[in-house]
Design a protein around this ligand. Structure first.
Ligand code: GLC
Ligand code: CA
Length: 553
């Protein structure tokens, strides 16, 4: 058996902040850095070890900061570099590390590199991006962008198209150009020298493109799929290893790559235990179990069988050779309790705790997305005007426009899947706008903030918040939670997700989670109950959404 190397980031629990929606300190309706600093005590109470900060760099906000116009400056709406330095120092004072979002597959079209690049075909920055001639009077290839429309934008000034896998304000960087890599690694070193503690790397598996940029030969939808030609492309591991040599090695950083659509084999390379690339990756399989008619747009809920099969595959597939990250929620996904649990008033609290148990007792580094620790639910906006997300609005336009979905069908999909479900303001208390802002919030507050908010939960021992505290404490105190081998159990059970964590030669934990609103038969092990969302247990059965963690030997 492989002995895991001990690392702080394997023992940590990470809290993701989406700054725009976390806390507004100056009443302009937009969350900001001083708002985060003001709530660090809350995070310390929760017990998390690190914050992953969604992008706070200078940005015109076409995609809420994932379109960066200056990597070494702070977005005006979020504050100043002094505010950042203060936040960093205050976080460190509380033992909380700061992991930055690194968005280097693309920049904003307002970044100085792109402003130069588009000036002329001879500009020294021309090859920082992908410029191509039109083909047969059309775009250079048939790829569609993630946010609707073609992945190419025509630029009259030089009579060529540039590639943007995301919005047309997010041109893709050309990593095959060594000058791009120099510039990115310089910038990363600059942030490291400032004292930050790691990077979450946005769509990092897409930085190396098939040089020919070929057409998707058999497009299924309105446009061709770029994934086969950009995801885990020919030189991606070479580039990540170079980044490792030139930036990461010798520094004690948490690094996590966002890698959608990848295989176990690829993941083992990105997150290899030899630490030649990254610490861990975010895979997407378990949040993509219900493909719709067009991409992710569906109202179908994932089944327990599918979820278990996927999560167990990643747990056992990386065991001993690479490190997992654990998440159900983030700023791109609907709320976990609405999607995987039961957000009805009767079962919301129980099922949120059950899901947390299932996730946090697995092997890997758990991520909590802001509000998940309160059991916040999908917003489910019923009017298109309430949506802000560029992806939701762009795909609505495309799919309804082409008749793939009726407006009613697409609205139902948005209510279930839209990224805005997770982007509504953090619910701090029951005052107007949930205590998020004294002004007008940039996006509507979820109507349920009077029931679901932090103030009502921090001192309540039965709250979802208190349960998360207990889960985090258990991870910090029991090495089996961090380093124990994951062993699946009851793999055919229709209602129960169960597994063990075995710390060889030491002790074993058993975890049982009822995914249904019914009492179900389950012959769970005897042992010391370390944590549960019920005060009393019944032999040989699990109560609705009951979760139980036992020390069994
Ligand atoms: C990642 C981010 C997402 C963003 C996209 C483009 O998937 O998580 O929010 O829109 O990359 O940067
Ligand atoms: Ca503000």
């Amino acid at each position: 058996m492989v002995k895991e190397t001990k690392r702080w980031w394997k023992e940590a629990v990470v809290y993701q902040i989406y700054p725009r929606s976390f806390a507004d300190s100056n009443g302009d309706g937009i969350g900001d850095l001083n708002g985060i600093t003001a709530h660090l005590d809350y995070l310390q109470l929760l017990g998390v070890d690190a914050i992953w900060l969604s992008p706070v760099y200078q940005s015109p906000n076409d995609d809420n900061g994932y379109d960066i116009s200056d990597y070494r400056d702070i977005m005006d709406e979020f504050g100043t570099m002094e505010d950042f330095d203060r936040m960093l120092a205050e976080a460190h004072k509380r033992g909380i590390r700061i992991v930055m979002d690194l968005v280097v597959n693309h920049t904003s079209d307002e970044h100085a590199w792109f402003v130069e690049s588009r000036k002329s075909r001879e500009n020294p920055y021309r090859d920082f991006y992908f410029w191509r001639d039109s083909k047969d009077g059309r775009e250079p290839n048939n790829w569609g962008s993630c946010f609707g429309g073609s992945a190419w934008e025509y630029d009259e000034a030089t009579d060529q198209y540039y590639l943007h896998l995301f919005s047309k304000k997010q041109p893709d960087l050309n990593w095959d150009n060594p000058a791009v890599r120099d510039a990115v690694f310089d910038m990363m070193n600059w942030w490291c020298d400032k004292g930050i503690d790691g990077f979450r790397m946005d769509v990092i598996s897409m930085i190396s493109k098939e040089p020919e940029l070929p057409d998707d030969p058999a497009p299924k939808g309105l446009y061709g799929d770029f994934n086969p030609f950009v995801n885990c492309g020919p030189r991606v591991h070479e580039y990540i290893q170079e980044m490792n040599r030139r930036v990461l090695s010798g520094r004690d950083l948490l690094t996590v790559g966002e890698t959608g659509n990848i295989s176990i084999e690829e993941a083992r390379r990105f997150a290899n235990a030899d630490e030649s690339e990254l610490g861990m990756i975010f895979q997407f399989e378990h949040v993509e179990l219900t493909p719709g008619r067009a991409g992710k747009w569906t109202t179908e809920k994932p089944t327990l069988a599918a979820l278990r099969k996927s999560l167990n595959k990643w747990q056992t597939g990386l065991e001993g050779c690479a490190w997992n990250s654990l998440y159900l929620d983030n700023h791109d996904q609907p709320r976990a309790v609405s999607r995987f649990g039961n957000d009805s008033p009767e079962f919301r609290v129980r099922s949120a705790k059950m899901l947390a148990t299932m996730l946090h007792m697995m092997k890997g580094t758990p991520y909590i997305y802001q509000g998940e620790e309160l059991g916040m639910t999908n917003a489910g906006f019923v009017s298109l005007e309430d949506y802000r997300d560029i992806e939701s609005l762009g795909t609505y336009r495309d799919l309804v426009g082409a008749g793939v979905y009726t407006p009613e069908e697409m609205m139902a999909c948005l209510q279930e899947i839209s990224r805005d479900n997770a982007r509504t303001p953090m619910q701090w208390n029951d005052s107007e706008n949930a205590g998020f802002t004294t002004g007008t919030p940039w996006i509507r507050v979820n109507d349920n903030y009077r029931e679901i908010n932090a103030a009502a939960q921090v001192d309540d021992p039965d709250s979802v918040f208190s349960y998360y505290r207990a889960l985090i404490r258990l991870r910090h105190e029991d090495p089996a939670v961090v380093y124990g081998t994951f062993v699946p159990m009851l793999e055919e059970d229709p209602a129960v997700y169960a597994y063990r964590r075995v710390l060889e030669g030491d002790h074993t934990l058993a975890v049982y989670c009822n995914f249904t609103s019914e009492e179900v038969p389950c012959g769970w092990d005897c042992g010391e109950v370390l944590l549960s969302n019920y005060a009393g247990h019944k032999a040989d059965l699990l109560q609705p959404y009951e979760a139980i963690v036992l020390r069994v030997g």
